[in-house]
Ligand binder design. Sequence first.
Ligand SMILES: [Zn+2]
Length: 209
Amino acid sequence: MIESTRPETPRDAWQAILDGNRRFVSGTPAHPRQDIDRRESLAARQKPFAALFGCSDSRLSAEIIFDVGLGDLFVVRNAGQVIAETILGSLEYSVEVLGVPLILVLGHDECGAIRATIDSTEGKLESKGEFIHDLVERIRPTVEAANRDGKHHIDDITQLHIQDTINELLTRSKLIADAVKAGKLAVVGANYTLSRGEIATIFTSDNLN
Ligand SMILES: [Zn+2]
């Protein structure tokens, strides 16, 4: 059965994410739910236990860093985890249709998109891509706000960007905000450290406290 090991509550889903990341960090992954039986059991429908909205960075491989399997995570990624209508639609789908009890917003250190935005604010961005500039413009307000507060280090800006991303998610999607208020959904923001493979929690919705 698909549901046999599925975490059903926000708290259980978050614990499963933390446990999986701990196994990955310590080099003792279980590689769960990646066999033929699992694949076949999922063919008719999926019931993931969490949605992940993260950066596209090739080192942020969702199922690997959380040591989960097929059908466990509904994954939405773009460079710098930047909110857009299609992202909000995908996350709303994961909540309304798939019933995930957790959305994890995941940034990471040394993010190329954030570095490009910092470069841009300093007039140093050398890119011909029209849409790269568009992406950078979406992160720019966070960098400028950080700078006004005297924060210039990429780690501080990354942390603020994760927080701003969650604020935008909860402000723009009534469906997601209502699910959080009803206690059916938790939203967590975390930062991933590339060298250690570890996540640090930056934000948790009240229903996880
Ligand atoms: Zn990145």
